[in-house]
Unconditional design. Structure first.
Length: 280
């Protein structure tokens, strides 16, 4: 974990290297080039870890990352412009404006269920904001973690952006270090540990956690639509989705109808027992 210490020394961020618009754009374009160039390798890595097909990898991971980069490149210049603000009377005569500054070093900890999107997605925003980044992909998706490390090594400025792989000990070191922001995607249980460790250093956190997300079905629903969506989204990515409805509250008069239509849609989507699902 040598790279872990290198980023935390802060020389790169303190030098101001990551702040200029031209540098941020150049690194975002390099990241886009890397994702495009290594798209096959990245997709194969996800398949090795999670047995997903290439189309799912492209639609829910690679293309989402590309769109995120495209969005940042389109709007970054306007985001970086100073915003004129009203000056309070007791401070006049004066001019006031809001100037957005990067935080510093951002630690990103990805999850295993979408190992590319939850790892690289936040990195895109951190680069656009002018920060240095320490990325720790999930050790539960080891093939993807190695592929992401290769992506960083080949296409990004390693003085500012580093990917460190490892198990729990690396995660603990990451969350206990004096970084300026931690972005974590994972379970509520692990999120509490991350937030607790960060609190000791007064480090703010962005936590995307799984939780309870019930589906409520009452007598006013369109049952055909409801059953189709329940089958598709309830089992998308084998049910490993943070906004997945993990239980259904259905009116007693509709229970049998819903169950019948849900089963029918599941058989259609999963080709009556086949391991390959269709998205139609």
């Amino acid at each position: 974990s040598r790279g872990l210490g290198d980023v935390y020394k802060r020389q790169c961020f303190d030098s101001g290297k990551t702040k200029p618009y031209t540098y941020r754009v150049a690194q975002l374009k390099q990241l886009m080039k890397g994702v495009t160039t290594l798209s096959s390798d990245l997709s194969q890595a996800v398949t090795q870890d999670l047995a997903k097909d290439d189309f799912s990898n492209w639609m829910f991971e690679l293309r989402m990352i590309e769109r995120e980069i495209e969005h940042c490149l389109k709007h970054l210049k306007s985001w970086m412009q100073d915003e004129v603000m009203d000056t309070p009377l007791f401070l006049g005569p004066a001019r006031s404006y809001l100037q957005r500054e990067p935080l510093g070093i951002v630690a990103v900890i990805g999850s295993w269920n979408y190992p590319l999107a939850t790892a690289i997605g936040p990195v895109v925003s951190a680069i656009a904001a002018g920060n240095c980044v320490m990325l720790k992909p999930s050790e539960m998706a080891p093939w993807t973690a190695r592929a992401v490390k290769t992506l960083f090594a080949r296409f990004l400025d390693l003085n500012a952006f580093q990917c460190v792989n490892g198990a729990v000990n690396v995660a603990i070191r990451t969350t206990s270090a004096p970084v300026d922001l931690i972005i974590f995607t994972g379970s509520t249980e692990k999120g509490k540990l991350v937030a607790g460790a960060a609190a000791k250093n007064l480090v703010p956190c962005v936590l995307e956690l799984g939780g309870k997300c019930p589906m409520v079905i009452d007598e006013s629903c369109d049952m055909e639509y409801t059953a189709k969506k329940a089958a598709a989204m309830g089992f998308l990515n084998s049910g490993q989705l943070c906004i997945r409805s993990d239980y259904v509250l259905v009116h007693h008069s509709l229970a049998e109808t819903f169950t019948t239509k849900l089963k029918a849609n599941m058989e259609r989507i999963y080709d009556n027992g086949s391991k390959k699902a269709t998205l139609g």
